[in-house]
Design a protein around this ligand. Structure first.
Ligand code: PAF
Length: 283
């Protein structure tokens, strides 16, 4: 696996590719969830006779609303290199901010798709977040020119935002959803889980339990009530715990609306915001 840090080095690497790559964009602090995205990207590359899987590692300042969250974002480059290599990446590209946002150049924020502004989920709770995500992902697509890119399902709204953006931009690349990887206790893996105390982690397990409770219900209203009830057993009041259309994230106007649906939820536990989601259909 090649490890490159500058745009010039990446361009040299890219000129060695003849068939194109699969991109896995990350912010580092990688865990088994990322390893599974890299394995998925590498497998797709093999299946489609592409050159391999490229992992980018860049903690993008423009998508953080909270400067403290940005500055405490964990940095574990050596371990990240090992994980990418073991998962079968061809290249780890960890650019500096001056490569992604060159001084004197304006990197445009793409027109945001409706799913980045209308659902009133992460878009409302983290103003500016999807503008930053779309800006950096679009920039990384321009630099790496992938044939496909893998995004984890754990950040469901991000996945559907990026897919809608890429489609609106007319990019010829496939957006591949990467299934959420969970710890044995059901907790969805996240780089920020390391900040949970053992007490907060126990409370945080109620998110995955809430999703399982929702699966047993026959209407979205019942599913939402079940999620709230499960979270409240741990004293959690979620930012949202709701069933939506899976691709537009628009509210369900009636229970007869054609799916697929997604149960999505987010809650602050201690100093960490936890997100989780799962497919939902009437039991
Ligand atoms: O999901 C993430 O880690 C980030 O939002 C992404 C897609 C790498 C963009 O910075």
């Amino acid at each position: 696996m090649q490890v490159v840090h500058t745009l010039a080095e990446y361009d040299a690497f890219r000129s060695s590719l003849s068939k194109g790559c699969v991109l896995v964009p990350t912010m580092g602090a990688l865990h088994e969830g990322h390893a599974s995205l890299v394995r998925q990207g590498a497998a797709y590359a093999r299946k489609h006779s592409l050159d391999g899987c490229v992992v980018t590692l860049f903690v993008n300042p423009t998508q953080f609303g909270d400067p403290a969250d940005f500055s405490r974002y964990p940095k574990t480059l050596d371990a990240d290199c090992r994980l990418c290599e073991q998962a079968g990446a061809a290249c780890l590209f960890a650019p500096g901010v001056e490569d992604v946002y060159p001084p004197g150049h304006t990197i445009p924020v793409p027109t945001l798709p409706l799913v980045a502004t209308e659902p009133k989920l992460e878009d409302a709770l983290r103003p500016g977040h999807f503008a930053g995500v779309c800006q950096v992902v679009s920039r990384l697509f321009d630099i790496t020119r992938p044939k496909a890119a893998v995004f984890g399902e754990k950040d469901w709204q991000q996945l559907v935002v990026v897919r809608a953006m890429a489609q609106a931009q007319g990019r010829e690349l496939e957006i591949l959803p990467g299934p959420t990887v969970r710890d044995a206790d059901g907790m969805a893996m996240s780089s920020r889980n390391r900040f949970l105390s053992s007490h907060d982690r126990a409370a945080g397990l109620s998110l995955s339990r809430a999703l399982r409770a929702a699966q047993t219900k026959t209407t979205p209203d019942q599913a939402e009530a079940a999620m709230l009830a499960e979270l409240s057993t741990q004293g959690l009041t979620p930012d949202y715990a709701i069933v939506r259309n899976a691709s537009t994230l628009s509210p369900l106007r009636d229970a007869g609306q054609v799916g697929p649906w997604r149960a999505v939820l987010a809650a602050r536990v201690g100093s960490v915001r936890l997100l989780d989601n799962a497919p939902w259909h009437p039991a």
